[in-house]
Ligand binder design. Sequence first.
Ligand SMILES: [Zn+2]
Length: 358
Amino acid sequence: MKTAMRLGKKSLLAAVLGLLGLAIQPAAAEERAKDLFGAEKLPAATAAQSFGFYSKGCFAGGVAIPMDGPTWQVMRPSRNRRWGHPAMIALIEKLSRDAAADGWPGLLIGDISQPRGGPMMTGHASHQIGLDADVWLTPMPDRTMTRAQRESMSATLMVDEKTHLVKDALWTPQHTALLKRAASYAQVERILVNPGIKKKLCDTVKGDRGWLRKIRPFWGHDYHFHMRIGCQPGSPNCKAQEATPDDDGCGKPLAWWFTEEPWRPNKNPDAPKARDVMTMANLPKECRAVLEAPGPESAEAATYHGGAVPVAVAAPEPETPAPPAATASGGDLPGAANAFAATPRMGAPVPRPRPPAK
Ligand SMILES: [Zn+2]
């Protein structure tokens, strides 16, 4: 409504200026994308689709992960970055259950995406198309945290900033199991961790090491890991990333991180970051439509309660070929908690109760 009125005024202005023989600048194309996407509070309530690349794009049909689940809690809720492609949200919920079965107490969920993705006002070059998620390397406390606690609780720094090595007193086999579990999903293409964490895995993982291929060293990522899934069906304009090399990545490329070169001070520290200068003209053209699409009536209406919703969003069909068989990790959970259970299509938003927090 507002947009229509704005456009109306704009075209009126254009007409007046046209009569006066003046031209107006194509100002809309110059708007900083992060201001526009950062201001969106709700997703575009259309079919789920990612546009562009992880670090230059946006997405429609986003759903939110609930603030609490039996095996997760969302951190830093004031940022409103608990939105993702439905496949991403389903996978995070699944990881939380599988990890709990593996002995990890539950996930603390960091940033996923803004409701419609796009560049952010602060942090992150990527996380723009709903297919990236940060998960803390701090286990979930055995209580439901208050909003204030979720804003202020600090994460555990797992790596010594001088040596770039993992702090051995903090690393546990459960950390390794969590990363292995995340890497085990076919949809997950790469997991970014601090080079020290990659080295710890390279040095300690015995037996099956195939999954190490997906674990990629990167700056930061010393209190959380970053899970990235591939472009999803139904997103023809999603740009895939390069495949990771076939080997475990423990050789030369990792050794480079333990030289002085990657840690040299930035020669040009004041250079603007890409996300700060990106305009709408730099993003895929569909991102304009994503911004202008109507939203659901509330965040709750687009919250993904384990496969039975989202209700206000046209959800895609489940992407896995078949629901996983009941296992030790999932057998004791109600069917509705299975993120890969068939998602019924529902035309009208229906309020749903939140699952009880445990
Ligand atoms: Zn991240």
